[in-house]
Design a protein around this ligand. Structure first.
Ligand code: SAH
Length: 226
């Protein structure tokens, strides 16, 4: 079981994506578990304020240390946290090898810290964060979607989460190549035909065709992978 605990200002963002399809089933099967905390609930301010202006100037607001320190202290007291992950554009860019590394160990509890506005006070990062992860070279308005991308990509590698584990083996990027083109029925749709080899039933030729297509397409679409 992997337990993902999120800490953000908008916990409601997590509800729908994690409560349908394979992630709903994974929770029922107790393979994955999710707990969502709202940073605002830990604010000692009478207006439940969580952000303030940035020292040294600059536009926008920053999540202030008090609610985050208290929230993380509370969560660390309540659960045995293996790693605190902060989602940030300055982090390591998420890729398949990082995903697999996280998915290789079950029985873990991760605290996923999500920024908002201009981000969070550096003292929170210095005191609590074990790893910073970015999901790509662009800026999001909050860390919640990044946390969801992380949960989704790691979660589906955990045994029992996907219906068909073989799909993991055959998938693109698992051997650093993109996927071969795939077709479903009918074999002839409005005159558009499925490649002969795939209909031949000749297992060896099919494997060869798939590998060739993977190489061919990787060269054209994702030369960076080669
Ligand atoms: N001022 C910050 C950006 C803040 S964006 C900067 O220039 O670096 C607000 C929050 O969204 C961040 O704190 C982070 O948690 C999240 N975020 C934005 N872009 C992200 C990305 N590419 N990957 C992961 N998290 C991101």
């Amino acid at each position: 079981m992997i337990h993902f605990i999120t800490l953000s200002v908008f916990p409601e963002i997590f509800e729908s994506p994690l409560n349908c399809s394979i992630f709903k089933k994974a929770q029922q099967k107790e393979i994955l578990m999710f707990t969502h905390f709202n940073i605002r609930d830990f604010s000692t301010n009478k207006h439940k304020k969580v952000d303030d202006t940035v020292y040294g100037g600059g536009a926008g607001m920053l999540l202030m240390p008090q609610p985050l320190f208290d929230a993380i202290d509370f969560i660390k007291k309540s659960y045995k946290i293996d790693k605190v992950i902060f989602f940030s554009p300055s982090g390591k860019v998420l890729n398949n090898s990082i995903v697999k590394q996280f998915a290789s160990e079950t029985d873990k509890t991760y605290l996923l810290l999500c920024g908002r506005y201009e981000g969070i006070d550096q003292r929170v990062i210095d005191n609590f964060v074990d790893i910073e992860i970015s999901i790509g070279n662009y800026i999001l308005s909050g860390g919640e979607l990044a946390a969801l991308v992380f949960i989704d990509s790691v979660g589906r590698f955990i045994e029992g989460v996907l219906g068909n584990e073989e799909s993991l083996i055959e998938e693109s990027l698992t051997d650093s190549l993109v996927e071969y083109p795939q077709y479903t029925k009918p074999a002839d749709f409005r005159g558009l035909k499925v490649p002969e080899t795939l209909l031949s039933g000749h297992h060896k030729n099919i494997l060869k065709w798939k590998k060739e297509k993977q190489l061919e397409l990787t060269k054209v679409k994702r030369p960076d992978l080669l």
